[in-house]
Design a protein around this ligand. Structure first.
Ligand SMILES: *[C@@H]1O[C@H](CO)[C@@H](O)[C@H](O)[C@H]1NC(C)=O
Ligand SMILES: *[C@@H]1O[C@H](CO)[C@@H](O)[C@H](O)[C@H]1NC(C)=O
Length: 454
């Protein structure tokens, strides 16, 4: 790893990464009650052009009734060194909280088959894509330079024994989608999951893809292979997602926040239901050359279910993204979040990749949303080139107003309600729970089994 004169930020990043690398075995540190634990995912085996999109159940996670303050992650190699996006593109990682019936452990964890629906309950986020984006946390290539810190006195409450249904225990699942682009004929094409590069005509379950489907998650599922240069020597290697969780023990001085994830493909406006399609394509502009405007704008509106104050916001976009914003009904900006593109070859600064997203930390009480207010999400991409499988997601943390005024009296009642809502997502940038979503949709109705495995 070299320091390429990119200045203090990079140097700091690398120092921090190096520090993490040394702590690669899970280890707790304390700082004013703030605890930090660094964990490692199960091994991800890669070779040039390979795709790994696996679901790891019952991952290591802090125990007890706690408030999460941040959740960061990055891909590292066997020695704990950070891996460049130029070699392994982290399409997404998401962390999903679930409740598993005590005693069924191990029964359904391996292989591609689901849990019996009643044995496995997703303890999702607060909305609004009730069908799909179930994560609490999640990010993609931008994970290294995107702040996930939640300021005091707020926190994401987990592990509350009163919320866990009797006979169940709370667990966490990680889905990691990593694409090895070493030696790829078209690395960006591989990251955009272009079907022609994957030589894929059927989906993961053998069903033929619509010939008009040119790119997206249905073409870069687990074990698919992106096209690499002829004669390339295949070097296998083991990678890991290193994830760092910071938290404090729960106390009545912590104000719980709810996680909401919006998707610019949400059909709510047209259909009245939240069908969040997660991915979309950006067509190459035919008029851009005349107008010198290469912006492709997509928007969606939804009705917000509670009244509250926004304390954090961030968008998720893929390469080609040029900014995204969430607006109040009166047109005021709730949060505007822009991609940070890498400029070089260093880890964390990979040219052409989104290596971070800017975040919003509104002054407490300054950004209020009313119950039933219509919010509009705008996602801009450059249409200078076409893009497949892009996303326009927005993640906000909200303190419910009634909680603020009456806290802590009502907190337990209020947070209990959503637990059994099936498919309501956990936190996280909704990044690509896409696979989850698609899978749930297909499986849910079929046989009484709810599978989130892929
Ligand atoms: C593409 O897939 C077809 C059908 O599965 C197979 O016959 C062919 O060999 C594949 N081509 C490459 C380059 O892998
Ligand atoms: C999106 O693009 C439109 C049209 O160029 C522009 O007016 C708007 O400010 C952009 N929004 C964001 C959030 O970048």
């Amino acid at each position: 790893m070299t320091l390429g004169g990119q200045g203090v930020v990079i140097a700091l990043t690398i120092l921090i990464l190096a520090a993490y690398a040394q702590n690669s075995k899970a280890q707790t540190t304390f700082e004013n009650g703030l605890k930090t634990m660094v964990y490692s995912s199960p091994k991800i085996i890669q070779h040039p052009g390979s795709v790994s999109n696996k679901f790891y159940y019952d991952i290591e996670f802090p125990k007890g009734h706690i408030a999460i303050k941040s959740f960061n992650a990055e891909v590292v190699d066997e020695a704990g060194n950070p891996v460049s996006l130029q070699e392994t593109y982290l399409h997404h990682w998401v962390a999903v909280r679930y409740y598993e019936r005590i005693g069924v452990e191990g029964k359904n964890h391996n292989g591609n088959h689901g849990f019996h629906k009643s044995d496995f309950l997703i303890a999702g986020n607060a909305g609004v894509c009730n069908n799909g984006l179930t994560q609490f946390f999640g990010l993609g290539s931008e994970t290294r330079k995107t702040s996930t810190h939640i300021p005091d006195p707020y926190g994401i409450e987990v592990g509350n024994p009163l919320e866990v249904p009797s006979g169940y225990e709370e667990k966490w699942m990680l889905n990691i989608h990593a694409i090895d682009t070493r030696g790829a004929v078209d690395a960006m094409g591989c990251t955009e999951c272009r079907c022609n590069l994957y030589n894929v005509t059927n989906d993961e379950y053998g069903r033929p893809l619509n010939p008009n489907y040119v790119g997206g998650l249905y073409c870069c599922y687990d074990k698919t292979q992106c096209k690499v240069k002829n004669g390339l020597q295949s070097v296998e290697r083991n990678l890991y997602l290193k994830y760092t969780v910071k938290w404090v023990d729960w106390s009545d001085s912590i104000v719980p926040v709810k996680i909401f994830i919006f998707d610019v493909t949400d059909t709510w406006e047209k259909t009245g239901i939240h069908d969040c399609l997660i991915e979309y394509n950006v067509e190459q502009s035919t008029s851009g050359i005349a107008t010198n405007d290469y912006t492709s704008t997509r928007r969606s509106s939804v009705s917000f279910p509670i009244a509250g104050d926004v304390v954090y916001g961030v968008a998720h976009q893929h390469s080609g993204g040029i900014g995204s914003a969430l607006y109040k009904q009166d047109g005021r900006v709730i949060c505007s979040s822009t991609p940070i593109y890498g400029k070089g070859n260093d880890v964390g600064d990979e040219a052409g990749y989104i290596v971070g997203m800017s975040t919003c930390y509104p002054r407490p009480g300054s950004v209020k949303i009313a119950k039933g207010e219509t919010l509009t999400l705008v996602s801009n991409y450059s249409s200078e080139k076409s893009h497949t499988g892009v996303m326009g997601l927005f993640y906000i943390l909200v303190v419910e107003s009634s909680l603020e005024s009456n806290y802590p009296v009502q907190v337990h009642e209020d947070v209990k309600a959503p637990i059994f809502l099936w498919g309501v997502a956990v936190f996280g940038l909704a990044i690509c729970a896409a696979a989850l979503v698609a899978y749930q949709r297909r499986k849910q109705s079929e046989d009484g089994y709810q599978s989130i495995a892929a």
